[in-house]
Structures are given as structure tokens and as C-alpha cells.
Design a protein around this ligand. Structure first.
Ligand SMILES: [Zn+2]
Length: 165
């Protein structure tokens, strides 16, 4: 299980919609294992394959209650709202209040290729929505207030400029 390189903005791979996997085979299992290693090393609670430059609808989540590996996750039900501070490994140094559904029902294929229906709420529901967003090319920047987004964009631009001693 090898850690993978986490892509950060402005890497355009983060804006691509990931392709569905036709099955969860050995290559997918290996990717999911490497993604889990990468997530734990990066101290994240979730990681989507696009974040490591892989065009597949795969993600891993662990909000402290155990590792969940998902293929082709699809949210079938959302209810309530929650607004919490959220960060992203691909948008380093930025946290923002993001409005999300309080609870979601997500359907996905597990590592054994079985169809799983998971009801999640709170932080887990937030993580599921965040990772499903990634697989659709959506980042937290797209989920926040437009004024705050402008300010963050400026901040990101400034930080990308080479530092002159
Ligand atoms: Zn993220």
C-alpha cells in the first residue's frame, strides 16, 4: 500500500467528472487501499480518486468510526441542513463554512462489489457529500458564499506567487 500524491488547485484534474467503474476488481481494490493509506497520512477524513489523479468513481472515508470504501457512490436521499467549517486536502490552507444536508442516504458498491445502502448523518453525511462532489468535479469553493469565494481566490493566487526574499 503506497501513498499517492494528492493533487491541489489549480490542477485541472480536480474539475473532471470521474468515470463510473464497471466492477470492483483487483485494480480498484489496490487503488482503494492506496487511497486509504494516503488519506490517513494526510490526516484527512475522506479522499476521492480524482484527488490522486485517477479517473474513477472511487472514494474512501473515515470520520473516526471505521474505514468505508465506496465505488460509484450515489446520494439517493438528503434531508435537513448543517453548516460547519470544512476543509479539503486539495485546497490547502482554506477552510470555509459549507451548507450541507444533515443526513443523506448513499448507495454504492463496496469492495466486494455488493450494493450497499448507507444512512449517514452529521460529520459522516458531510464527508459523503464532500467526496461525491469531488467525483463530479465540484470543490468546496463552489459551495460557499460568492463574496467569500472571491476573497479565497485572491488569497490562493497570492500564495501561489513565488516569494521574493
Ligand atoms: Zn476535498
Amino acid at each position: 500500500m503506497d501513498p499517492l500524491k494528492v493533487r491541489v488547485l489549480p490542477d485541472s484534474v480536480l474539475r473532471k467528472k470521474a468515470s463510473k467503474v464497471s466492477e470492483v476488481g483487483e485494480p480498484e481494490k489496490a487503488i482503494l487501499a492506496d487511497m486509504a493509506t494516503t488519506m490517513y497520512l494526510s490526516k484527512g477524513v475522506g479522499l476521492a480518486a480524482v484527488q490522486v489523479g485517477i479517473d474513477k468513481q472511487l472514494c474512501v472515508i473515515d470520520v473516526g468510526n471505521g474505514l468505508i470504501k465506496m465505488a460509484n457512490p450515489y446520494i439517493v436521499k438528503m434531508s435537513g441542513t448543517q453548516v460547519e467549517e470544512e476543509g479539503c486536502l486539495s485546497v490547502p490552507g482554506v477552510t470555509a463554512k459549507v451548507k450541507r444536508a444533515r443526513s443523506v442516504t448513499v448507495v454504492f458498491l463496496n469492495e466486494d462489489g455488493e450494493l450497499v445502502r448507507l444512512e449517514a448523518e452529521g460529520l459522516l453525511a458531510r464527508a459523503v457529500q464532500h467526496e461525491v462532489d469531488h467525483l463530479g468535479g465540484i470543490l468546496i469553493l463552489d459551495r460557499i458564499n460568492p463574496v467569500k469565494k472571491l476573497l479565497l481566490r485572491r488569497k490562493l493566487k497570492r500564495e501561489r506567487k513565488p516569494k521574493i526574499p
